[in-house]
Every structure is written in structure tokens, then in C-alpha cells.
Design a protein around this ligand. Structure first.
Ligand code: FES
Length: 150
């Protein structure tokens, strides 16, 4: 089994894994970064969203081999004290119901806002539409993204 040294949340993470292991499982099982969630495993729900070189990416669809040269950020590494503007807005709006999809939502929102700091409501809706929330907290999610945008 090959050994990979990944750049995760600014740290070097050494893992022994088959080259086709999804990054999602490397993060959860090897690095114990369990904030990244498994929802569908086929790129449809967004629960597993991480940042790859700053871009929101579904970690269930990528293999460890595909990310070996990338900068990986998980929800645990988004901010030092959970105080990223998106996380603060999430708390203020009290977005989560069950909470399961929230890390993925926050990772999508934060990557989106770093690309588009002053989005319209339509742009927010379009950026977030691929992240499914089974509690249907969509209004609060949009409100929090808007608040984080300022
Ligand atoms: Fe990756 Fe659903 S678990 S998109």
C-alpha cells in the first residue's frame, strides 16, 4: 500500500492507503477529521465538501492519489477558533436543525464568498443549491450566507 503525505489544514498528514481510497475516508478514518460527513458517496448531496486549493470540492468523489499535491482544508481547519465569518453568521442565525449537512454547507459557502464577496440572493441560492439539507433549513442557510457577506 502506498504512503501519501497530504497537506491537510496546514499540517503534513502521512497516510498509508490504496491509491483509489476516497479522500473522505482518508480524512475521517485516518486523520479522525470527522467533521466532513458521508451522505451519499456519489457526489449528489454535498455533505462531504472540503476545500481543495481553496475551491469547494466533494471529497467522496476524489481519490487520495488525486489530491496528493493539493492543499486540503476541512471544517476543522477553516478557522482556528470556529470564528470564520461564515461560522459566526451560522451561529448568529442559528442555522442547524439536525446539523448533519452543516459542515458541507459552511465549506461551500466560505469558498463561494471568497470568490464572490458581495453576492445577490440569486447567486447565493445558485451557489448553495447543490448542498442538500434534509431538514430543509434553506431559508436560514441563505440568510446566514447573506449575513456573512455583510
Ligand atoms: Fe459526497 Fe454526498 S457524500 S456528495
Amino acid at each position: 500500500m502506498p504512503t501519501y503525505t497530504l497537506n491537510v489544514n496546514g499540517n503534513a498528514l502521512s497516510v498509508e492507503a490504496d491509491s483509489d481510497t476516497p479522500v473522505l475516508w482518508v480524512l475521517r478514518d485516518h486523520a479522525n477529521l470527522v467533521g466532513t460527513k458521508f451522505g451519499c458517496g456519489i457526489g449528489q448531496c454535498g455533505a462531504c465538501t472540503i476545500h481543495l486549493d481553496g475551491a469547494a470540492t466533494r471529497s467522496c468523489l476524489l481519490t487520495v492519489d488525486q489530491v496528493k499535491d493539493a492543499r486540503i482544508t476541512t471544517i476543522e481547519g477553516l478557522s482556528e477558533h470556529g470564528d470564520h465569518p461564515v461560522q459566526q453568521a451560522w451561529k448568529e442565525v442559528d442555522v442547524p436543525q439536525c446539523g448533519y449537512c452543516q459542515a458541507g454547507q459552511i465549506m461551500t459557502a466560505s469558498a463561494f464568498l471568497s470568490e464572490n464577496p458581495n453576492p445577490s440572493e440569486e447567486e447565493i441560492r445558485s451557489a448553495m443549491h447543490g448542498n442538500i439539507c434534509r431538514c430543509a433549513a434553506y431559508n436560514r442557510i441563505e440568510k446566514a450566507v447573506k449575513l456573512a457577506a455583510g
